[in-house]
Design a protein. Structure first.
Length: 165
């Protein structure tokens, strides 16, 4: 099946002097790498120079909230993208990791005021993760990049102070 393209053009980043960070869970490294590639390309299309994206590899999705919190609290980044994959196994581990990652990232965003885009795949199978990381369903890293850009633009228009580039 052919890869689908993102819906429409990338949103334009209204202030390309900001910096963003990506925390990338390395547990399913190939999938995470494709998500990162998609996010990089989409951020570039939005106007963010690659040198303004800091990439930090972390062990897995469970560690994403703490990593995002450290980056958000640093005051250096206008947004943090969390990228990775959690693939269901035979135990409830999947449910705990997914819930902790999602709730933790939301808590970081609300407590710091720094958007944390959720680009962590939560799939039942490896095939589903492949399809969503550049395969037939597209690349959810691109969607996380679009969300980060949209939120940075919104917060700037709302009067939030963006970190200096």
């Amino acid at each position: 099946m052919a890869r689908t393209e993102p819906a429409g053009p990338a949103p334009a980043l209204e202030n390309p002097d900001v910096r963003m960070a990506a925390v990338v869970a390395g547990f399913h490294r190939e999938v995470a790498g494709r998500l990162l590639d998609g996010a990089r390309a989409r951020l570039a299309a939005a106007g963010l120079p690659d040198r303004r994206l800091e990439v930090v590899w972390i062990p897995g999705a469970y560690e994403a909230p703490l990593a995002a919190q450290a980056l958000a609290r640093s005051g250096r980044y206008a947004a943090v993208l969390a990228l990775g994959a959690v693939i269901r196994g035979e135990t409830p581990h999947f449910d705990y990791v997914c819930q902790a990652a999602a709730q933790g990232l939301m808590q970081v965003a609300l407590e710091t005021g720094v958007p944390c885009a959720f680009g962590i795949l939560t799939t039942d199978t490896a095939a589903q993760a492949d399809a969503r990381s550049g395969g037939a369903v597209g690349n959810k890293g691109e969607e996380a990049a679009d969300a980060a850009v949209a939120m940075v633009n919104l917060l700037a228009r709302a009067g939030s102070r963006l970190p200096a580039g």
